[in-house]
Design a protein around this ligand. Structure first.
Ligand code: SF4
Ligand code: SF4
Length: 444
């Protein structure tokens, strides 16, 4: 890294946030990339140091610097342990907004994914259909040897489900018992296309609790991946569209917004920071964010948990392990609720994984851009999972679910991965129990 730089441009990142760091180093051992590399520049304190130097114009954003910042998982584990309250996630998003994406392939993938596919519901649906067809013809497996480590990632991608599982939820999913409340629910972009069963299980659980569930018809994407990767302009646009979509389906009073994807929930509850310079949108973002509630937190509220427990069915005992999505435990400080819910299920025997709050390596698009580093993080967790004797891995984020499933497949392990809502819905007697598929489809 070239430092000090003479005449380097001061990068207009959120410089004041760097000043909160008191350099104590308490975060170092919580950081997966620091533990893996042992390099200061790949830990939180070193990255903050780099960002401060960029903000002061003492450092050029050269290749080494950009790579050190790009290798961050934005898992926010460092925030959880930081005694000074450093807002590392917000700081990293503002820095990435000012840095060039390293390399042509990542730049192209980001443009394609963030600007073309994710913001457009129809393009994403079309792409999902094409990938499904390619998987049916086994093309990813045939192409994998040509693509090196990215080929292995491609080949172990979860199977896109058939079209009937990718369709959206109806705009109203009525309660299946006495109607007690009305809520809205985010379907998400990837979640809808890859894990439609998770959305159905979420709605089914809420319906069983007496909630009528409303979903906005044309909503595309909340913009979480955009923000985490520094595309704050598009993130702002998608946040505005999301706020408008949910405001439009409110009745006379604002309704809770139940979110089953940890990354989306963490981002949506922090929408206000996207609009610090826009008072009108800031007010709307504040009102919106207060309504956002994670699925596990909503369902674990004592009255609802009691109603849920009364409906659970007995079944053969299953040993399962919960893995905390980073943006649930670090981003939203929610870790007890999913465990409490799993412990209510009569057939579930939950085992605790010591590394459950350490990133699995999925980290948005990190697994696509850095497959070797990402897989190394997961492989260590898979070893621990195997030693636990669990037969089911439960989590609550589409990226994590996808990454774990791919890891089990790579390791040739027949282990099922489920979202918490699926595990709950199965215990309520879901008609088509399932989790992430493990093998290539035979028909589309
Ligand atoms: S966000 Fe995660 S990977 Fe990035 S510096 Fe913090 S602990 Fe390390
Ligand atoms: S724990 Fe917080 S204050 Fe201490 S070095 Fe890490 S980021 Fe800075």
């Amino acid at each position: 890294m070239n430092s000090p730089a003479t005449g380097a441009r001061r990068l207009p990142l959120d410089y004041d946030l760097t000043l909160d760091c008191i350099h104590c180093g308490l975060c170092l051992n919580s950081c997966p990339t620091y533990r893996e590399s042992g390099r200061e520049s790949e830990g939180p304190r070193g990255r903050i140091h780099l960002m401060r130097a960029l903000g002061e114009g003492r450092l050029e954003p050269d290749t080494d610097c950009v790579q050190a910042l790009d290798s961050c998982l934005v898992c926010r584990n460092c925030e959880t342990v930081c005694p000074a309250g450093v807002q590392f996630g917000a700081l990293m998003e503002s820095a990435r907004n000012q840095l060039p994406a390293p390399g042509l392939v990542p730049r192209f993938l980001r443009w394609l994914g963030f600007r073309v596919v994710l913001p457009n519901r129809r393009v994403l649906a079309l792409l999902a259909g094409v990938v499904r067809l390619a998987q049916t013809l086994h093309l990813p497996r045939l192409m994998a040897p040509l693509l090196g480590s990215r080929g292995a990632t491609l080949a172990s991608m979860p199977v896109f489900p058939p079209a009937d599982q990718r369709r959206s939820l109806p705009s109203i999913s009525p309660s299946t018992s006495e109607s007690l409340e009305t809520v809205t629910m985010l379907e998400g972009c990837i979640q809808r296309q890859l894990f439609g069963t998770v959305n159905r299980a979420t709605a089914q659980t809420l319906n069983a609790l007496g909630a009528d569930v409303l979903t906005p018809a044309d909503h595309a994407c909340c913009g979480a991946l955009h923000a985490h990767n520094g595309d704050l302009e598009e993130a702002r646009q998608l946040a505005q569209e999301t706020i408008q979509a949910f405001e439009a389906i409110d009745g006379s009073a604002p309704l809770p917004i139940v979110v089953n994807s940890a990354g989306c929930g963490a981002h949506m509850s922090e929408y206000p920071r996207l609009f610090a310079d826009d008072p009108d949108w800031l007010a709307r973002a504040n009102a919106f964010s207060e309504r956002v509630t994670d699925f596990s937190k909503f369902v674990a509220q004592p009255d609802r948990a009691r109603r849920l427990q009364a409906q659970f069915k007995a079944g053969p005992e299953r040993k399962l392990a919960w893995d905390d999505p980073c943006h649930l435990c670090h981003g939203q400080e929610i870790s007890a609720e999913p465990r409490n819910l799993l412990d209510l299920i009569p057939a579930a025997k939950r085992v605790e994984l010591a590394s459950s709050q350490s990133c699995c390596g999925s980290a948005g698009i990190h697994a696509l851009l850095h497959p070797e580093e990402s897989n190394a993080l997961l492989d260590a967790k898979i070893e621990e999972f195997q030693a636990s004797g669990a037969e089911l891995l439960v989590t609550a984020n589409p990226g994590c679910q996808m990454h774990w499933q791919a890891g089990f497949q790579r390791a040739n392990l027949k282990v099922q991965t489920q979202h918490l809502a699926e595990t709950i819905a199965d215990s309520l007697g879901r008609e088509s129990p399932g989790g992430s598929p493990t093998s290539s489809p035979t028909k589309s």
